[in-house]
Design a protein around this ligand. Structure first.
Ligand SMILES: Nc1ncnc2c1ncn2[C@@H]1O[C@H](COP(=O)(O)OS(=O)(=O)O)[C@@H](OP(=O)(O)O)[C@H]1O
Length: 291
């Protein structure tokens, strides 16, 4: 939508030899007014929490430009070795005063990432969008299942991966990714709590606008996103975006029907997450109505 309005992020990326966080690459635009800048805000996770929806919705704001692709700079060694100039060259072109936002949910659970993000810019604002960890896990599995099916690869039913001798298997990666308190603890060793804004992913699904208003406030953006930017699409079963006469829904990989899981197994999952959830609520100073 924004691209249609400003042409901002559709310009080609250029690389720069500088690695200073404050420096930036000049654009090849005829007016030379736009530059690629390092992000002032990063959506760090959680995977399947609604990170794409949040990014696209923030992009409705005239003062925001977003990196369309997940960059995986801080969590993939090969990318990190390329340095900040490479990272910056993955960012959209922005006008002075515009905020660059990127999202890579893989950052949240990667232990080396918080310190690296701090080194990039200790003032960067972090957005963490969370969702009921049991639902998140099923969504996570559903995505892997879909990818494997598309590549005609074999796959195990969720219950086989999730349960070991009738108990939740803590070594299953999707279980680990839902232990939000463990991952957040590592971020809080590096960043003050005030620098991390927690978005309620379930609330964002039900009614995006209030969550966006809170995010605008956290990012010190003037309130520009309005309820008129959203409409409920009955075919998709989710809110879609409206801006400057254009409408846009997230692609079909967002909001897929979930893989089946027995009620009994789902209950076990909910029970398993009860304690970790409590620890997470204490950490963030608020609670969520998760199962
Ligand atoms: N408006 C709107 N439209 C479509 N989907 C929406 C929306 N808001 C939130 N969501 C939820 O986003 C979930 C996908 O999360 P992510 O974008 O973080 O996934 S990913 O980690 O980047 O793959 C996706 O999860 P699933 O429903 O499990 O597919 C959605 O529930």
């Amino acid at each position: 939508l924004k691209e249609l309005r400003t042409g901002g992020s559709s310009l080609p990326a250029v690389s720069s030899s500088s690695s200073s966080p404050s420096s930036s690459s000049s654009s090849s635009s005829p007016y030379n007014t736009t530059q690629q800048r390092l992000p002032g805000a990063i959506i760090i996770g959680v995977r399947k929490g609604g990170t794409r929806a949040l990014l696209e919705m923030l992009n409705l704001h005239a003062d925001v430009e977003v990196a369309r692709a997940e960059v995986h700079y801080f969590n993939v060694e090969e990318h990190y070795r390329r340095g900040l100039a490479w990272y910056r060259a993955q960012m959209p072109f922005t006008l002075p005063g515009q905020l660059t936002v990127e999202k890579t949910p893989g950052y949240f659970a990667a232990p080396q990432v918080p310190a690296r993000v701090w080194d990039m810019n200790p003032a960067v604002r972090l957005l963490l969008i969370v969702r009921d960890p049991a639902e998140r896990l099923v969504s996570d599995y559903t995505q892997v299942l879909h990818n494997r099916m598309t590549r005609h690869k074999p796959y195990q039913p969720l219950e086989e991966l999730l349960l070991h001798k009738g108990h939740i298997d803590p070594s299953y990666k999707a279980v680990q990714r839902s232990l939000y308190h463990l991952h957040l603890a590592r971020w809080l060793e590096v960043f003050p709590r005030e620098q991390i804004h927690v978005v309620d992913g379930d609330a964002l699904i039900r009614d995006p606008f209030p969550e966006l208003r809170k995010a605008e406030r956290f990012l010190d953006l003037p309130p520009r996103i309005s309820p008129n930017n959203f409409y409920y699409n009955t075919t998709k079963g989710f809110y879609c975006l409206l801006s400057a006469g254009h409408d846009k829904c997230l692609d079909e990989s967002k909001g897929r029907p979930h893989a089946p899981l027995s009620t009994q197994a789902f209950r076990k999952l909910c029970h398993y997450f009860r304690k970790p959830n409590k620890l997470f609520f204490e950490m963030v100073g608020r609670s969520f109505s998760w199962c």
